[in-house]
Ligand binder design. Sequence first.
Ligand code: FES
Length: 267
Amino acid sequence: MASTKAPASSGGVNGPGRAAIGVRTLREDRWWLTPLTTFVVFSAFIVYATWRAFANADYYAEPYLSPFYSPCLGDCVKGSSDFGQPLDWFPLSAALIILIFPLGFRLTCYYYRKAYYRSFWLSPPACAVAEPHTKYTGETRLPLILNNIHRYFWYAAIAVGLILTWDTLLTFQDVNGGRVGLGSLIFVVNVTFIWLYTLSCHSCRHAVGGRLRHFSEHPVRYRLWTWVSRINVHHAKFAWYSLFSVAFADLYVMLLANGTITETRFF
Ligand code: FES
């Protein structure tokens, strides 16, 4: 019986069986704009997030805890640890303890994979544009094979979403009772985008409605699958929005904590 396994591709676009085209692409539009923009924005975020994660400072301005440091499980500043400090022996920044979960979730995300394969790996940089690589191994070996554990990062992302929701609720109160500050609104926007990004995930869609033979026998899961499918088509947008919102929420907390700005209170 003939094997159904796809043969490993070698030779890239110059491999046997590929049409011989003398130029890199026949496209005449600005195909390079999207991968270039992605490269610049992602690089800026990576630089900012790395700097903030290692800073280990200015991440808490009561009642706001930066999402980069939540939950604060290390040797964190007073008042910032709602779940205790079980890892207070950790010698480095507390952000590094939990960073693996949101980072792993985004790095293995189907949308982000497409984005960084195109903009960083140029594999390929755009549709119908030849890639520079001569070999294609896909996600069959390290490190890219790790992308297949995305669904497990999704489980962790649910927990992260719940914790950030809790953090957001806490911003609506202080020692004097209820309050509403500009930061609370920023946190609400951020956690909304985080949830939209998390729940529009392809793994989420599969978790709620995958492997069902008959939707009619699973009306609740069918309803959930329908809802997730509706937001799933906007997943790329939510990936970007949540990236900006989480950085902006952190920036706001940092500026408050280091005294650059003061909080605007509405109530
Ligand atoms: Fe993007 Fe799961 S596919 S978060």
